[in-house]
Design a protein around this ligand. Structure first.
Ligand code: CA
Length: 237
């Protein structure tokens, strides 16, 4: 393989972050891991780079000089349904994390974060992506009246189509594989998120809340993703 081909097969990571020290640290670590890195210090420049450079993954700071990261995330997501977005946030509060995930992010890490953990998450997203494009290329399944397309990351019904993040899709696929069985939060965490220091069973609960909001007619009385008290969750397709 020529050096050129090798270079072109490297995954591209766009860092949208205004703190030079963090950018420098991320760039060094990511390049060391073999990723190609570009960095932008404002939301506007970041959005332009995302369109021009077509990164494989975006690391997005929430506190940017010209815009808030949630809006940048929403804009990014509206232009590209599938690019993984990982939010870098100094805000440790749960509500901020949920807001970021609702803006279309796939994951978040809280500053100060460990670069090793961040890289593990990036690699986990890429592994999931390649697993999905190889073994689940045309997989579709239904939950209630929704048709889930694993390749397109969408759930659709009639003219309505919603995007599913990687983790949402993984949770649904796992619940579906084990349909009618109860999966514990720990098992979901381990199988979907892998072992990560900052994920907790709250992460699972937040995802279930979000998924129900998307899937269920009445999220207060879910009919498909059921809570089994003291045990976990199960899917009734
Ligand atoms: Ca910042």
């Amino acid at each position: 393989m020529t050096a050129e081909l090798e270079a072109s097969s490297r995954k591209r990571i766009l860092v949208i972050e205004d703190e030079p020290d963090i950018v420098r640290g991320l760039r060094d670590a990511l390049e060391f891991e073999g990723f190609e890195v570009q960095a932008r210090g404002t939301g506007a420049e970041g959005l332009t780079a995302a369109m021009d450079w077509a990164p494989d993954c975006v690391l997005l700071d929430l506190m940017l000089p010209d815009d808030n990261g949630y809006r940048v995330c929403e804009t990014l997501r509206s232009r590209d349904e599938t690019v993984p977005i990982i939010i870098l946030t100094a805000k440790a509060q749960e509500s901020d994390k949920i807001r970021g995930l609702e803006a279309g992010a796939d994951d978040y890490v809280t500053k100060p974060f460990s670069v090793a953990e961040l890289i593990a998450r990036i690699n986990a997203i890429f592994r999931r992506q390649s697993r999905m494009s190889s073994s689940h290329a045309d997989e579709t399944f239904t939950i209630g009246s929704w048709s889930i397309n694993a390749r397109k990351h969408t759930m659709s019904r009639g003219r309505t189509s919603k995007r599913l993040t990687f983790y949402e899709l993984e949770v649904l696929k796992l619940l579906r594989e084990r349909s009618e069985e109860t999966l514990s939060r720990d098992e979901l965490l381990e199988k979907v998120w892998g072992v990560q220091t900052s994920t907790t069973s709250r992460t699972v609960d937040n995802f279930i809340v979000k998924l129900r909001r998307k899937l269920e007619e009445d999220q207060k009385n879910p009919r498909h993703i059921l809570t089994v008290y003291g045990l976990g969750y199960k899917l009734v397709p």
